[in-house]
Design a protein around this ligand. Structure first.
Ligand code: EPZ
Length: 420
């Protein structure tokens, strides 16, 4: 297993390019199952989760040519509409093959995603939505087995805002017979990116980006070319790292309009934010004030940025409160931050952070993707050396993170534990 070694205490400075968005790439790659024609994607990020999904799609029979950040996928003949447990258990987003397989082939067997570090994360709303569209769904030996002659358009109210639930149902509805209305739909930019790709394939979709999405099913979809949007969470992560280290950083190829709530919080923390065409520059006006925040579905503050802000708050002036309303167990980075000297109390879904003078480097362990990002930021802030174990979590969602941070002046390197 690999380990990151960080010598902290240096402000970040310089510019880096933002990669394609993991959480847009994953559903968009699954959209290839909806047509027999080839789809070419560009700006694909080089991530473990993308590699895992491409492996899963290949196992379904999708032909794939993948070169750097470009891939062409053709699902002319899907031989095996089955997503097996060993792949699904490594990446919950595999559930996104369910809707497309069922809509195009009338059958799908997808392993129920198991538990996850940050919460139970059920998929009941995905299943209920497909049943509303006429699917017969059984759970057999841990697998979701779905059958439908042809899905029918339906009016579906989701009582919890679910990002991949909205994406799964939008893809299924694209080939259904009739009109589907998704109510209380997720408004995340990644949902919009998927909708725009589907529209490029000939789907008839309105309301994407709002909480009511209307999809008029068509009999077949075509191939298309599509560029994946830039990753707003990678962007936010680098912005917080720059703010927390008192740096001056320029992010190239970012989309500021997908990050309003994060940019507002950074300004509240005493940052100066300059926006130009697809670029964001961040500097600090003075000491980091830290900010209280409460996560909620887009356009409110994203849960995927909660851990990163907690690292910044750990050395802020004063006391802040971070409230997590989306997942029931997304504070596992707290005990690791305490090892670095942070002063944090957890009460239910709220963490009270009392800013300390400094963090001291130590050995810590990554527990999930965004907790890993939090520990990298904490290591960049801490005096001395920080070692982060289990960074395979980090590699799921951040492309070349140590190269990008080194480009900004960080002293960070990767070593395999066997060499340590
Ligand atoms: C997506 O996960 C993202 N992943 C997550 O990013 C992100 O944290 C999350 O949305 C929230 O923004 C991808 O897009 C691949 P949800 P998803 O369904 O879709 C409950 C990262 O770090 N729920 O929006 O799985 C659920 O338990 C990852 O990149 C149900 O109850 O999240 C949670 O409390 C982590 N029933 C809430 O809804 C369902 O059927 C939101 O979950 C579905 C969800």
């Amino acid at each position: 297993m690999d380990q990151l070694v960080i010598a902290g205490g240096r402000p970040l400075a310089g510019s880096v390019r933002i990669s394609g968005a993991k959480n847009a790439a994953l559903p968009i790659l699954c959209a290839s199952l909806l047509t027999a024609q080839p789809l070419t994607f560009t700006n694909l990020p080089d991530l473990r989760d993308v590699a895992t999904l491409l492996r899963l799609l290949r196992s379904l029979g999708v032909q794939i040519e993948h070169q750097g950040s470009q891939a062409t996928l053709c699902a002319q003949a899907v031989t095996e509409p089955v997503a097996a447990y060993d792949l699904v258990k490594t990446m919950r987003a595999s559930i996104l093959v369910l809707g497309p397989l069922l809509a195009r082939f009338g059958y799908a067997r997808v392993s129920l995603p198991g538990g996850c570090a940050i919460g139970e994360r059920p998929v009941d709303l995905h299943i209920k939505g497909l049943q509303a569209m006429g699917a017969h769904i059984d759970i057999e030996h841990g697998d979701i087995v779905a059958r439908a002659k042809r899905l029918k358009g339906a009016r579906i109210f989701m009582d919890t805002v679910t990002v991949t639930g909205t994406e799964n149902l939008m893809m299924a509805a694209a080939l259904a017979d009739g009109v589907t209305v998704l109510e209380n739909a997720a408004r995340e930019p990644e949902v919009v990116d998927l909708a725009l790709c589907l529209i490029g394939m000939g789907a008839r979709i309105k309301g994407h980006g709002t909480d009511v999405i209307t999809i008029e099913g068509v009999s077949a979809l075509n191939g298309a070319h599509y560029a994946i949007m830039p990753d707003r969470i990678e962007t936010g992560t680098f912005l917080v790292a720059a703010a927390a280290t008192g740096g001056d950083v320029q992010l190239i190829g970012a989309r500021p309009e997908t990050l309003d709530s994060v940019l507002e919080k950074l300004k509240e923390a005493n940052a100066i934010i300059d926006l130009s065409a697809q670029q964001i520059r961040i500097r600090m006006r003075g000491p980091n004030h830290g900010v209280s925040l409460r996560t909620a579905p887009y356009p409110a503050f994203p849960t995927d940025m909660q851990a990163q802000f907690m690292a910044m708050n750990a050395v802020a002036v004063g006391t802040t409160v971070v409230t997590e309303t989306i997942f029931e167990n997304r504070f596992m980075h707290v005990q690791e931050l305490r090892r670095l000297g942070a002063n944090i109390e957890v009460e239910g879904n709220a963490a009270i952070i009392r800013g300390v003078e400094r963090l001291e480097g130590a050995r810590v362990m990554a527990t999930d993707l965004r907790a890993s990002a939090c520990l990298v930021i904490a290591g960049l802030i801490a005096q001395g050396e920080t070692l982060i174990d289990r960074i395979y979590h980090l590699d799921r969602g951040y492309e070349k993170i140590e190269q990008k941070l080194s480009q900004l002046g960080a002293h960070i390197s990767r070593r395999s534990l066997e060499d340590a």
